[in-house]
Design a protein around this ligand. Structure first.
Ligand SMILES: [Zn+2]
Ligand SMILES: [Zn+2]
Length: 369
């Protein structure tokens, strides 16, 4: 058992409470991790606002962290104290039908317990006083110490800076991974929504050799970084063009090869399909829609060859493929520094979410040391 400073969400729409919790030692198949840094992501905000269906309160949010292994539970063989790790909200057990299929990076081995805010044996490791505190996304990286199943930890090289690579726990991997998976050299690309994911799709598209990268957003606040990352054209719907789809077609002689949707707004999802090239354009959905929402489109679009698909964590298998992506960062191919706009102490975490709500930050990172 160990004491840990943590940010606790007691109930939806309450400010996070920074307090001491006790963290029980790792049980079989689990690992105690000391978090060094943790980014603030929009999905944490959905838990704070009570619109995340996998949230059991009170809980400790945070799913974009990096840290060191302190202690391993019984049967853990792939990690040892001192190893540097990134917690994964999507595990990789390597044994289930999904992992063995090689067709997906999803692994639902521990999803039922993860979505109930507990470890695979059914209990949480956090307590405040006598009250149990739940995990969030199986990671809870807004605690100095957290317990994570072995299959949900990516071991990373020790020279990768732990104060930066936390962003590989979500935003950078999701964006860069999706672009590298779908963009080919010379492609014209559209990116709807220039938040933390959108800017990383832009840098991934540039790395993949896109010839034209069109950003679409209702705000001009993120255009500077998007341009540095490779955006060639920018459209504010309603201001720069009445219809963004027509404007994209005009810029690309008929449509883009790949469109990425990062807003979760149904109307924008439809636009991302409409603006693709007939016959082969691909719309990749990353934004999370409101619960129960359904998307409609004319089937002829896909019958004639367009495709519409989705992407989760950039299609990257966390344990086996994330280390290679971090190598590309260490070689200078992927940038992180420019998107970390704010560094905060844990006590400042509520200010960090205000910066996100107000669209001021690209990424805020909580530093534990
Ligand atoms: Zn995230
Ligand atoms: Zn699996």
């Amino acid at each position: 058992m160990i004491n840990s400073q943590a940010a606790i969400c007691v109930a939806p729409n309450e400010p996070l409470e920074v307090d001491t919790v006790t963290v029980d030692g790792p049980q079989a198949g689990e690992v105690l991790v000391e978090i060094v840094s943790s980014g603030l992501c929009h999905t944490d905000l959905t838990a704070l606002e009570g619109i995340n269906t996998s949230s059991v309160y009170p809980l400790i949010p945070g799913h974009e962290g990096a840290g060191r292994v302190v202690e391993v539970g019984k049967g853990v063989t792939s990690l040892a104290p001192g190893d540097h790790v990134i917690p994964l909200y999507g595990p990789e057990c390597g044994e289930c039908s999904m992992c063995r299929s090689k067709r997906t990076n999803l692994c639902w081995t521990i999803k039922p317990t993860r979505d109930r805010g507990v470890m695979p044996n059914g209990s949480p490791r956090f307590r405040r006083g006598r009250e149990p505190v739940h995990h969030f996304m199986g990671t809870s990286t807004f605690s100095r110490y957290t317990v994570v199943p072995e299959i949900a930890l990516a071991k990373i090289r020790k020279d990768a800076p732990l104060d930066k690579v936390c962003l590989f726990g979500c935003g950078v991997t999701t964006g860069v991974g999706a672009a590298l998976a779908h963009v080919r050299e010379g492609d014209a690309v559209a990116v709807f929504g220039l938040g933390g994911i959108g800017v990383n799709i832009i840098q991934g598209a540039r790395i993949a050799g896109a010839s034209r990268i069109i950003g679409i957003d209702i705000s001009r606040s993120k255009t500077e970084l998007a341009k540095i990352y490779g955006m060639t054209d920018f459209i504010v719907p309603g201001e720069d063009a009445p219809d963004p789809v027509a404007a994209i077609r005009d810029l690309t002689s008929g449509g883009v090869d790949v469109a990425f949707e990062c807003t979760g707004v149904l109307k924008v999802m439809r636009q991302s399909l409409d603006c693709c090239k007939p016959a082969w354009g691909t719309s990749v959905l990353l934004g999370v829609e409101p619960a129960g929402a359904e998307l409609s489109f004319p089937p002829v679009q896909v019958r004639y060859g367009k495709s519409i698909l989705g992407s989760y964590f950039g299609g990257i298998r966390g344990r086996s493929e994330l280390p290679a992506l971090i190598d590309r960062f260490m070689q200078g191919e992927i940038d992180i520094d420019r998107q970390i706009t704010h560094r905060l102490t844990l006590r400042q975490i509520n200010e960090g979410f205000d910066l996100m709500r107000n669209g001021v930050s690209v990424r805020s990172v909580v530093m534990f040391e």
